[in-house]
Design a protein around this ligand. Structure first.
Ligand code: BGC
Length: 256
């Protein structure tokens, strides 16, 4: 895709799932990728190997996006190693299932810290560096259909993704004059580790697939294609929008 070669991207949660798919795709397009991970180093190494095989460059950084020091470290790594950070993909996320009345304070804090506070302050670090270097850039948040759609049993997740939607809208306006675009990609059911429980529960999975007009779960590669477009020159005039990628799930309603 046009305008990607030689750019530098930070992808959070790039050791598995959607983040891994995005990092591989951008790496394959000639983007230098900071592969952020927390947890399994093996996943991050797999991402790096795939990028190398595609002829790309990357750097693995262990950084926990719930810690401001780590966020600084991530942005510094991009500037030090590759001389810039033009693209930020706020992908890292988690969900927690609990009835609203049983939700614990610690679970609320954990989900909001990873899914909303992390993108907020990491984006701040990313923008501060771009602004002082007088450079433009692209931010893509991996949100969810649940930035808009109810998900009973996942109130913390919905709050965090709804917040991410408004953060994107606000920043599109605040950062537009700096030449920085901000958009959300809202995936539906994508086959990744966040969905392990669902993938292992055949009746639940079948019920979900019935609600997806395209008849299958999405893949990290599906999401990665849209992200690559949004950070390319082809999307230079696109900001402030959510792009749903859900196989039609959000539009689907059936009477039994
Ligand atoms: C959630 C999945 C869920 C999907 C569709 C995603 O944001 O992470 O657990 O299956 O939305 O509801």
């Amino acid at each position: 895709m046009e305008g990607l070669r030689g750019k530098v991207a930070i992808v959070t949660g790039a050791g598995s799932g959607i983040g891994q798919g995005i990092a591989k795709r951008l790496g394959g397009e000639g983007v230098k990728v900071i592969v952020d991970y927390v947890g399994s180093a093996a996943g991050a190494e797999e991402t790096q190997r795939a990028i190398q095989q595609a002829g790309g460059e990357s750097e693995i950084v262990l950084a926990d996006i719930t810690r401001c020091d780590d966020m600084r470290k991530l942005v510094d790594a991009a500037w030090t190693k590759f001389g810039s950070a033009d693209i930020l993909v706020n992908n890292a996320g988690m969900e927690h299932k609990a009835a609203f009345w049983d939700t614990q304070e610690a679970d609320y804090d954990r989900i909001m810290n990873v899914n909303l506070r992390g993108p907020f302050f990491l984006t701040q670090q990313f923008v501060r560096r771009l602004r002082s270097a007088k450079r433009t850039g692209h931010i893509v948040n991996i949100s969810s259909v649940h930035e808009d759609m109810a998900f009973p049993g996942f109130s913390t997740y919905c709050c965090s993704k709804g917040g991410l939607r408004m953060l994107m809208r606000d920043l599109a306006v605040e950062l537009g004059p700096l030449g920085i675009t901000v958009n959300n990609v809202a995936p539906g059911a994508i086959a990744t580790p966040i969905n392990t429980a669902l993938l292992e529960d055949k009746p639940k999975l079948d019920a979900l697939l019935k609600n997806i007009p395209l008849g299958r779960m999405g893949t990290p590669e599906d999401v990665a294609g849209l992200v690559a477009f949004l950070v390319s020159d082809a999307a230079a005039y696109v900001t402030g929008a959510t792009f749903v990628m859900d196989g039609g799930l959000m539009r689907s309603y059936h009477e039994q």
